[in-house]
Write a protein that binds this ligand. Structure first.
Ligand SMILES: O=C(O)[C@H](O)COP(=O)(O)O
Length: 307
């Protein structure tokens, strides 16, 4: 049995269902408590980022062989518990890279250009040319915190627009050829020089609130910040303060400490015209959904065909 607890491209679900019994139940993403009772006989569980694959869930899943992740972030999956239970965890590595890279580069351009917030004023008769005269991306510096596959693709796209890039990633050796086009810098040096700072790290004890009041205070006041990584990496209250006080020029957030936003978070972010909010879709386009779903369906069919 295959159980899918979050949305997946229909063609891939049909392909799996043609080969093995498949339950497509995306409503379970919002009914976590109902999942354990559905796990008997499930050999492959397919999730996105909402389903919490916990030790307790695994205990209710004696037949489970594989967790397919329709994305790349693994913070909703207890990896140690999966390992102990002999359950393979298979993320869709690479399948949504292009979507995230496009999200970062387009938001960088929108934030630097500062030209797309005038509709209400214009409809009211204003003609705010000076306020809407922003910056080009060409020649400007994109700083990437974390330099894994998605950040590397983002750097390539930024180079094509004439941007310079620098990155900070202690896991990439200093003699790696990856540093030929992107400068290897400390966070302090990045904060001092980058026009755009984009986050590409997982949420861990070491990255929680990496972007706090102190880090924001070191960034240039004309810098913009993009977070399409994980919510807890940014201290949301500190960011809202920095945006309100002109500590930085703008931000785009796709991920949040709590998703959907709490009323408290919404209140913090209200009335900040220099803040773009999107609902965790940087990696989710119609195109990437097809690729991600095909990759996980392929891995599922391979796993189940092995016996
Ligand atoms: O981790 C990811 O790949 C992104 O956050 C997208 O995840 P999702 O497809 O589960 O929303």
């Amino acid at each position: 049995m295959i159980l899918v607890t979050e949305f997946m491209d229909e063609a891939s679900v049909v392909r799996m269902a043609d080969a093995f019994p498949t339950q497509y139940a995306p409503e379970l993403a919002d009914a976590q408590g109902d999942i354990p009772a559905r796990m008997a006989g499930v050999r492959v569980l397919i999730v996105r980022n909402r389903t919490q694959v916990t030790r307790a869930l695994l205990a209710a899943a004696p037949d489970l062989q594989m967790v397919g992740r329709l994305g790349v972030g693994l913070d909703n999956i207890d990896l140690a518990a999966c390992k102990e239970a002999g359950v393979a965890v298979c993320p869709a590595v690479g399948a949504n890279t292009l979507s995230v890279a496009e999200y970062v580069v387009t938001n960088a351009a929108i934030l630097l250009r500062n030209a797309y917030q005038a509709k209400a004023q214009m409809l009211a008769g204003a003609w705010p040319r000076a306020a809407c005269s922003g910056r080009e991306v060409a020649g400007r510096t994109l700083g990437l915190i974390g330099f894994g596959e998605i950040a590397q693709a983002t750097a390539d796209m930024a180079h094509n627009l004439g941007m310079r890039t620098c990155a900070h990633d202690p896991f990439v050796p200093s003699d790696s050829p990856l540093w030929s086009k992107t400068k290897n810098v400390s966070l302090e040096d990045m904060y001092a020089c980058a026009d755009v700072i984009s986050l590409h790290v997982p949420l861990t004890d070491g990255t929680r609130h990496l972007i706090n009041a102190e880090a924001l205070g070191q960034m240039r006041d004309d810098a913009v910040l993009i977070n399409a990584a994980r919510g807890g990496v940014v201290d949301e209250a500190a960011l809202a303060d920095a945006l309100r006080q002109g500590g930085i020029a703008g931000a785009a957030l796709d991920v949040f400490e709590t998703e959907p936003l709490t009323a408290k978070a919404a209140a913090k972010f209200a009335e900040l015209p220099n803040l773009i909010l999107t609902p965790h879709i940087a990696g989710v386009t119609q195109d990437s959904n097809v690729r991600v779903s095909e990759m996980i369906a392929d891995l599922t069919l391979k796993t189940l065909s092995q016996e």
